[in-house]
Design a protein around this ligand. Structure first.
Ligand code: SAH
Length: 223
């Protein structure tokens, strides 16, 4: 039963997943490592049963508590940007665990993943999901990600899945020199969001603006 659940049937079968991968490459994702990992990671187990048949559509889906699982393209794109110039990372900090799907992808690329979520029930679900996949190199923290996670800093990579108005200072400080952060940043004036990639240099930060995106807001405090 468990095996069948992981493998999926019908709309969650390997064939449906293969179609998602085909779509991702059409959308410009070229990193074969990421495509392979997304082909073999069952996205449907991260989503409530009632929505599982839509798990491999290129869309964000509700995961409860007014939050959404990021659409496959965004997960692939952010992961690709993170690893593009730094293919091996010993530690990655993720802010906004949500259901844990992006966490599971990162855990198959980096030696260790540290993931911070402000909503405890979501964090518990994420933990159960990644345990089901036997991913053991992930640590979770229930906290406001605006503080980062000092204990394991500095990080080779930081990936943020909610959009703040300004890049939190603590996250910049917890990036190693040469490290990369991928983060959506909201423009308060017109309400738009831009995905940014920040690379820490010896003396400052190199910022690239990648593309417009639409994320849930980065909120302070924990619940
Ligand atoms: N990658 C996740 C995205 C979930 S949506 C997934 O695919 O499931 C973004 C998540 O960021 C939500 O779970 C939300 O609760 C969380 N979040 C928002 N602001 C946060 C903050 N300051 N610290 C930690 N998590 C935050």
């Amino acid at each position: 039963m468990m095996q069948r659940h992981l493998q999926g049937v019908g709309m969650t079968s390997q064939r449906t997943r293969d179609r998602m991968i085909h779509r991702l490459s059409e959308q410009g994702i070229i990193d074969e490592r990421i495509l392979t990992i997304m082909r073999t990671t069952p996205r449907h187990i991260f989503i409530d049963e009632a929505l599982a048949s839509r798990a491999y559509e290129d869309t964000a889906l509700p995961i409860g508590y007014y939050q959404t699982i990021s659409q496959p393209y965004i997960v692939a794109r952010m992961t690709e940007l993170l690893f593009e110039n730094k293919p091996t990372m010993s530690n990655v900090l993720e802010i906004g665990t949500g259901c844990g799907y992006q966490t599971a992808i990162l855990a198959q690329l980096a030696d260790s993943v540290y993931s911070v979520e402000r909503l405890l029930p979501l964090q518990k679900k994420a933990k159960a999901h990644t345990e089901l996949l036997k991913l053991r190199n992930i640590r979770y923290l229930h906290s406001d990600g605006g503080w980062g996670w000092e204990d394991y800093a500095p990080y080779d990579g930081i990936l943020v899945a909610a959009a703040p108005n300004d890049i939190p200072q603590a996250l910049l400080e917890q990036l190693v020199v040469g490290g990369v952060m991928v983060i959506p940043v909201a423009n308060q004036e017109d309400g738009t969001q831009a995905l940014k990639r920040i690379t820490r240099t010896e003396s400052s930060f190199h910022i690239e603006e990648v593309e417009p995106v639409s994320f849930v807001p980065f909120l302070s405090g924990k619940e």
